[in-house]
Design a protein around this ligand. Structure first.
Ligand code: BES
Ligand code: MN
Ligand code: ZN
Length: 488
């Protein structure tokens, strides 16, 4: 589906489906010349998520879909995204080949004004039209090919264009997540990253191979990859701003393309879900997908350690000791706590080579965060209050909510109870599995303000939100990271 903006000149272009969003208790604003049967308007109250489809009795639209936003004062970006997604989904089920959102000024004034409204509308429409058919031999093409927004003013237009960039970044992220483990290997992921560099002259990509990792001493990343036939990759994307850079920011994403647990093998039930273990890397790549279409005045680095975690004769065994790039030795008590290992080398690589002001990592790190926060919210750990607050605000704005969890020194102390410098898990009586994971990572971050987002729950299997959720990847993180950058 392609979404484009059209300037409203007062005359509605011909359309198969006219979509009109309306607040509760307010008469839906129809374009000049379009008329509906009185019953359609009588039935429609504008409650949030209420829809009313009817034939137009006059005008350039064949059919009209009214979609409720709820009370004007309750309308926020999330509601607009959801309403837009409901509308495009309905357009697809009624087999409309094109649809037009009519956005007069009184409607665009909701949810923070024309620019924010336009962005939310476009995000919701693009994300709502997402479908994954990468596993099918002969995917059925979507019926809905073209969607337009019709309204006045530069703010609405630029908002819509912004929303398309974010929506498409989310869809790109979900595509990476949803691909099967054999379709999205570290090599495939690196190819996707190289593809991103082709979309913008301001983005470059280099990929470190295993020989390069060896030269840098990345014993933790190589130790996780040892049990896999697929070569590990360390992907490094760089975005350079047009003008002078206002600072350097790094994103790191866990790119475990399939996590079987290694020798500490996972139970087979549900193991197929471990293809989502590269969701952190998908979010980072998704943010770069968006950066190609935006004008962010910061230098942004995206670093992804990518590997499989399998059991094999060469695999790391429980109790094995590996030397990290930082020099710290790590005793691998549980090979299934592999995310923190590959991230440790990547975090140190970033701190030593990139030296960013701010570092944010995203990882499907622990099952414990799914127990604690479920699938709606990401766990957030941060060494910096300002960064924490900005990410919280970005979460509320995008609907990709984050919630703070503590970095506790006692967990670091417990990790040091080992013949090596560190072990990769705490003793079981500590509990707090997500805090233990963050504590381990903290030992490899030196310099920047840092936040770690545990997205093990929020990356997949979310409650249906109309524009995302339900089965499959959510694309969480890409819009959040961009919102964070734009809030600076
Ligand atoms: N990839 C998993 C975490 C995960 C679990 C993600 C469920 C999504 C859903 C991670 O590598 C892992 O296996 N973590 C272990 C750590 C434990 C061995 C300390 C866990 O959480 O069970
Ligand atoms: Mn694991
Ligand atoms: Zn994992």
């Amino acid at each position: 589906m392609k979404l484009s903006h059209k300037n409203d000149t007062g005359k509605l272009p011909r359309t198969a489906l006219l979509i009109v969003l309306a607040a509760e208790g307010e008469a839906p604003a129809l374009p000049d010349g379009v008329a509906l049967a009185p019953a359609a308007l009588e039935d429609f109250r504008g409650e949030f998520r209420q829809v009313r489809l009817s034939d137009a009795t006059a005008g350039a639209a064949r059919r009209v879909l009214l979609v409720g936003l709820g009370k004007r004062e309750d309308v926020d970006g999330e509601r607009v995204r959801r309403a837009a997604a409901i509308a495009v989904k309905k357009a697809e089920t009624v087999e409309a080949e094109d649809a037009t959102f009519f956005v007069p000024e009184a409607v665009a004034a909701m949810a923070g004004g024309a620019s924010a409204f336009g962005s939310a509308l476009a995000e919701g429409a693009v994300m709502g039209a997402y479908r994954y058919d990468g596993g099918k031999s002969a995917p059925k093409p979507a019926k809905l090919k073209k969607v337009a927004t019709l309204g006045k003013g530069a703010a609405l237009k630029s908002g819509v264009e912004h929303g398309v960039v974010l929506g498409e970044a989310n869809c790109f992220t979900r595509d990476l997540q949803n691909k099967a483990g054999n379709q999205m290997t570290p090599t495939q992921l690196a190819a996707e990253a190289r593809g991103l560099a082709k979309r913008s002259t301001r983005i470059t990509c280099k990929v470190l191979e295993e020989a390069g990792m060896k030269a840098l001493g990345m014993g933790l990343l190589l130790g996780v990859s040892a049990g896999s036939e697929e070569p590990a990759k360390l992907i490094h994307l760089v975005y350079k701003p047009k003008g002078k850079s206002k600072g350097r920011i790094a994103f790191v994403g866990k790119g475990l393309t399939f996590d079987a647990g290694g020798i500490s093998l996972k139970p087979s039930k549900g193991m197929e879900e471990m293809r989502y273990d590269m969701s952190g890397s998908a979010a980072v790549l998704g943010a770069f997908h968006a950066l190609a279409g935006l004008d962010v005045p910061y230098e942004v680095h995206g670093v992804v350690p990518s590997s499989e975690n399998l059991a094999d004769g060469k695999a790391t065994k429980p109790g094995d000791v590996h030397v990290s790039m930082k020099g710290l030795t790590v005793e691998v008590i549980n090979t299934d706590a592999e995310g923190r290992l590959i991230l440790a080398d990547a975090l140190h690589y970033v701190c030593a080579k990139v030296k960013p002001d701010t570092l944010i990592d995203l990882a499907t790190l622990t099952g414990a965060v799914v127990m604690g926060l479920g699938h709606e919210v990401s766990g957030m750990f941060s060494t910096c209050d300002e960064l924490r607050d900005r990410l919280s605000a970005a979460g509320r704005a995008t609907g990709e909510k984050v919630w703070p969890l503590p970095l506790e020194p006692a967990f670091v102390e417990n990790l040091k109870d080992s013949p090596a410098d560190l072990r990769n898990i705490c003793s079981p009586n500590m509990g707090g599995g997500s805090i233990a994971g963050a504590a381990f990572l903290s030992q490899f971050v030196d310099g920047p303000a840092w936040a770690h987002l545990d997205i093990a729950g929020s990356a997949w299997n979310q409650n249906a939100r109309d524009y995302t959720g339900g089965k499959g990847g959510t694309g969480v993180g890409a819009r959040l990271l961009v919102q964070y950058l734009e809030s600076l």
